[in-house]
Design a protein around this ligand. Structure first.
Ligand code: 13P
Length: 247
């Protein structure tokens, strides 16, 4: 089983208007024909325009969430098929900002993952402990529990990745030590192999939380780190490219 191909994805969260497409174009222009797969997950309103702006480039586009149902009376929500129709090929699911802010449980995340698969989207499933959970010594149990609960059996044989994003590291400038990251990533790997057998070894496990150009190389070269999910530092092409070059 070959090592997973690294994935570096930028999560723009609720940031970005038309003029921000310049940044996406600059990222595409700065990509070497190398290394990782690189994606930007803009707000849904920009997916279609970004797809047009990036046509012919290897830069991938992802959504940030999708509904668990395929269509229907869900005012304000977006289906996975809508994201795919607009030009997305990936989707972030189970981000802690959705787990905490919208009370998404593992069961809800798993249902959203199934919906993404039905639409042909590649899920990036997020997990991560809070500071309280880490201080209580529960980080590994929380994270592996989220992996078990959020990844449905339907993922077997399909393309997906898991992003470990400690909640306390998101947008704070704080990062775990490399040893702490490796400990959690190894536990996620063991859980993936338990769940999916050999195929679990080919799943990229991304790290997310205050990744920036200055710490990217160390994080990206840590054991079992197969890429990064980048928030704030993905908004500017220069910073995002600086992270990508850390590989
Ligand atoms: P920051 O890189 O801004 O800490 O955000 C991480 C994140 O939540 C990516 O999904």
């Amino acid at each position: 089983m070959t090592a997973p191909q690294p994935l570096i994805a930028g999560n723009w969260k609720m940031n970005g208007l038309g003029p921000s497409l310049v940044e996406a174009r600059a990222v595409a222009a700065g990509l070497q024909a190398t290394m990782a797969r690189v994606a930007i997950c803009p707000p849904a309103t920009l997916i279609h325009r970004m797809a047009e702006a990036l046509a012919g480039t290897p830069l991938l586009i992802g959504g940030q969430d999708n509904h668990w149902d395929d269509a229907g009376a869900f005012t304000g929500d977006l289906s996975a098929a809508m994201l795919a129709d607009a030009g997305a090929s990936l989707v972030i699911l189970g981000h802690s900002e959705r787990r905490a802010g919208y009370r998404e449980t593992d069961e809800v995340v798993a249902a959203k993952v199934r919906a993404a698969l039905r639409a042909g989207l590649e899920p990036i499933v997020c997990v991560g402990e809070t500071l309280e959970q880490r201080k209580a010594g529960d980080a590994l149990a929380v994270v592996t529990g989220q992996v078990r609960g959020s990844l449905p059996a339907e993922l077997a044989g399909g393309a997906f990745s898991v992003a470990y994003e400690p909640v306390w590291a998101i947008g704070t400038g704080l990062t775990p030590t490399t040893i702490e990251i490796e400990e959690v990533h190894r536990a996620i790997r063991a859980t993936l192999v338990e769940m999916f057998g050999e195929a679990g070894k080919a799943v990229a496990i991304l790290y997310g939380g205050s990744v920036k150009p200055s710490n990217a190389a160390e994080i990206l070269h840590a054991d079992e780190v197969g890429g990064a999910l980048v928030g704030g530092a993905s908004l500017k092409a220069e910073d995002f490219l600086g992270i990508i070059r850390g590989l």
